[in-house]
Design a protein around this ligand. Structure first.
Ligand code: ADP
Ligand code: ZN
Ligand code: ZN
Length: 735
């Protein structure tokens, strides 16, 4: 017998499959999905791999499998991994990783639960930066490299687990800590952070007529995709809850996907209140050990509902009865890292396999979802009959003309004042963090850029530092121009810190809290800030888009959008969609209960249709205009955008490699695809790496997928050592 084996971690060769002889005594135990060890390479080192196929003969096999470790995957897993590798142009082993228990085999946490605290290890440097140092030969110690790479996939792991899994000594970790690569932190063990809370049990509500129609259509359906399109508060979640109950009553299980950021305890509480503690929660803030626990529970069929972010779609749920994807338009369902999969596609695949319904829900559906949807179920009324907030657009050009140079319009200032007097809460939204967005010398025009990236640095006032938002590089603030020695340095643009300063000086009596990546770290979740805002009744919450998602603040009656245009002027094909979504969502934070809400949207382009439509919160009108534009411009859903991202430390090699890849794509796909010649990306250097890209437009189908895979295979045979290529279909980020 011969096993087809994929070796774990051959990053640059796409999916090379190796044939190994299965020794006689293993023939009965070996299965597709087995984790094995095989002799590999010129030194025949003992390397981990996975069996992805079994057959009787092979001309190539001449070595035997050494050992079967375990069988963590099913044949279905392997089939999906193969499909994904082909469809997302990545390694099978990268796809397999998503289906393995997080952190794989961890030490027995049950034994350690009596301890109240444990040491956790976090990566301090970005993995790209580490890879860079490895490429440049600055980091050579193989042990160190192994640990750091392991950590990049299992950040925040228990130290004891790390020592076992990465086979590393405490002393080595100490060294890495000294060298500032990692930090070791003693933290409370919260085995299940969501289950410790006291939750009142609740009962299903009698459904409204619209909800009942939705429920009836879906509840007895076989495989089908449904889109529940209804404004926030229209009762979508109540429908999900009852659909899940229906599935559980039949002895089946459910997967619910939610955007990472809205996976809050409140959200989980709603499910716990209805279903008790038969829920498993999977998300990235859990430690590896905790995620591993959850995974095991699911596998052992101990829970009925899995709630999680993107990767939870791979949870080993048996006897699945329904998949629900809430806020389906959210970009976090698409992975920006390899495998660059879209959880919605995977959900469709799994739902089809299990012949069960897939439910997508949104107030502002993804344009492509809406266009392709065959079963749209509308919820038109807010279930608790609260009104939509009153939205007012303020033209910032007019403000300037009237001599107001502040980022707060007169109108917004007045409304904030009124709200403060009435002891009501306000949210101010600005999607730029830091103080100023760039620093420039007024005399010679020099702007301060990151030394590792081709990007201007942002001033952070509290630390008096200039920071790069792409790689984390920091330097001291400058008082004189490094180029012409002038002292005429000026800060342009405004971020959340500047807004906070402005609020302090304008309303010294007001209490404020700020929420952006700088105030939210791994150990201090945005959850805490939001709770504080709610419970301490803080007057004003200032934040980036973290503030917009799914939170319920009964006392918030005013929402101000400082610069609605910020997301419009990007070259992203989803720029309009993003802008509209975010405006509708921010507006949804105001007046969620009895109190009427007011929303002020400040903009330099009030005539733009995204902004006009957000005034009425009218998705239908927005959709009508946007879909026409997409058609004209040949954007999704009419065409797919395939972005080949090329990265390299070598300025010359990247150019040559890009040309070669372009020629191969032309060679195989000229007739099928519109392929643009390679060009440096808009941000052409990040973390010392040069960035080029090739963009192709076409409708992605099997033929095109084959063409691209063939071109990539030829490309990899050219063996460019310092250059990496990634392929992203309809990427979230085009910069
Ligand atoms: P969505 O998920 O669309 O934002 P929810 O399901 O959260 O909407 O419902 C919004 C509010 O309306 C919640 O407070 C919920 O308890 C309430 N609600 C939902 N359905 C009903 C119903 N059938 N009868 C009464 N209240 C309802
Ligand atoms: Zn200067
Ligand atoms: Zn940088």
């Amino acid at each position: 017998m011969i096993a087809e084996v994929i070796i774990n971690r051959i990053a640059k060769d796409l999916n090379k499959i190796f044939d190994y002889i299965v020794p006689k005594d293993m023939e009965n135990t070996i299965k597709i999905g087995a984790r094995i060890f095989v002799p590999f390479g010129p030194k025949n080192s003992n390397i981990e791999g996975f069996v992805i196929g079994l057959k009787q003969e092979s001309e190539f096999a001449n070595k035997e499998i050494i050992k079967i470790e375990d069988i963590p995957l099913t044949e279905e897993n392997i089939e999906l991994a193969k499909l994904m590798a082909r469809r997302y142009f990545c390694n099978i082993s990268e796809c397999i990783k998503l289906m393995l228990p997080p952190g794989e085999k961890t030490t027995n946490l049950e034994n350690r639960i009596k301890d109240k605290t444990a040491n956790f290890v976090y990566l301090k440097k970005d993995i790209d930066e580490i890879e860079m140092e490895i490429d440049l030969g600055q980091l050579k110690n193989a042990k160190h490299i192994k640990v750091l790479r392991f950590l990049s996939e299992n950040d925040g792991i228990y130290k004891a687990d790390l020592e076992i899994l990465a086979e590393v000594s405490s002393a080595t970790l100490k060294t890495l800590e000294k060298k500032d690569y990692i930090e070791i932190i003693e933290q409370k063990i919260e085995r299940n952070p969501f289950k410790s809370r006291e939750i009142k049990h609740d009962k299903p509500l009698p459904l409204t007529e619209e909800q009942q129609i939705a429920f009836d259509k879906i509840s007895n359906s076989k495989f089908n995709e449904f889109l529940i399109y209804g404004v926030t508060g229209s009762g979508k979640t109540e429908v999900y809850l009852q659909l899940i109950q229906n599935v559980i009553d039949k002895g089946k299980r459910a997967i619910v996907l939610v955007p990472e950021i809205s996976l809050t305890p409140q959200m989980v509480d709603r499910f716990s209140a209805r279903f008790g503690d038969c829920i498993s929660v999977l998300h990235s803030k859990l430690s590896t050990g905790e995620r591993n626990d959850q995974w095991k529970n699911i596998k052992e069929n101990k829970c009925k509902i899995v709630i999680g972010a993107r990767s939870a779609i791979f949870a080993p749920v048996q006897n699945l009865g329904i998949i629900i994807i809430d806020e389906e338009h959210d970009t976090s369902y698409k992975s920006d890292m390899a495998p660059r999969f879209n959880a919605k596609d995977i959900a469709t695949y799994i739902a089809k396999k299990n012949d069960i319904p897939l439910v997508l829900g949104s107030a502002t559906p993804d344009i492509s979802t809406y266009y392709n949807a065959k079963n749209i179920i509308r919820l038109t009324k807010r279930a608790n009959n609260s009104d939509l907030p009153d939205v007012e657009i303020v033209d910032l050009r007019q403000e300037l003309a009237n001599g107001n140079r502040s980022i707060l319009s007169e109108k917004l200032k007045k409304e904030i004042e009124k709200n403060l007097e009435n002891k009501k809460q306000t949210i101010l939204f600005l999607n730029r963090r830091g103080f100023s967005t760039f620093v420039m010398c007024r005399d010679c025009g020099y702007t301060v850029k990151c030394k590792r990236c081709n990007i201007s640095l942002t001033y952070h006032m509290k630390e008096d530092k200039l920071k790069c938002h792409y790689c984390g590089y920091e330097m001291n603030n400058i008082k004189t121009c490094p180029k012409c020695k002038s002292k005429n340095i000026k800060h342009f643009g405004s971020g959340t810190q500047k807004l906070e300063e402005l609020i302090y000086s304008t309303y010294p009596q007001a209490t404020t809290i700020r929420m952006d990546i700088d105030t939210v770290s791994k150990k201090n979740s945005h959850e805490k800030i939001l709770n504080q805002f709610k419970e301490e009744n803080i007057d004003i919450l200032i934040g980036t888009q973290m503030v917009v998602k799914g939170h319920h603040f009964p006392n918030v009656t005013l929402v101000g959008v400082i610069a609605a245009d910020a997301s419009l002027n990007t070259e992203d094909f989803r720029a309009n969609e993003r802008t509209f979504d975010i405006l509708v969502q921010v507006a949804g934070r105001a007046g969620r209960e009895k109190l009427p809400g007011k929303v002020i949207i400040q903009t330099y382009s009030p005539e733009n249709f995204c902004i006009e439509c957000s005034k009425e919160q009218n998705y239908d009108n927005f959709y009508k205009t946007e879909i026409e534009l997409r058609k004209q411009l040949k954007y999704p859903p009419f065409c797919d955008i395939i972005m080949f991202g090329i990265n390299s430390v070598d300025k010359d090699e990247i150019k040559e490699a890009s040309e070669k890849l372009y020629n191969l794509l032309k060679k195989y796909g000229q007739a099928e695809m519109q392929i643009m010649p390679p060009l440096p990306a808009p941000i052409d250097r990040i973390k010392y790496k040069y960035r080029w890209r090739i963009i192709a437009k076409c409708k992605l189908n099997n033929k095109i997928i084959d063409i691209i895979n063939r071109a990539l295979e030829d490309y990899y045979n050219l063996k460019y050592k310092k250059t990496r290529v990634s392929v992203d279909v309809n990427p979230n980020n085009m910069s």
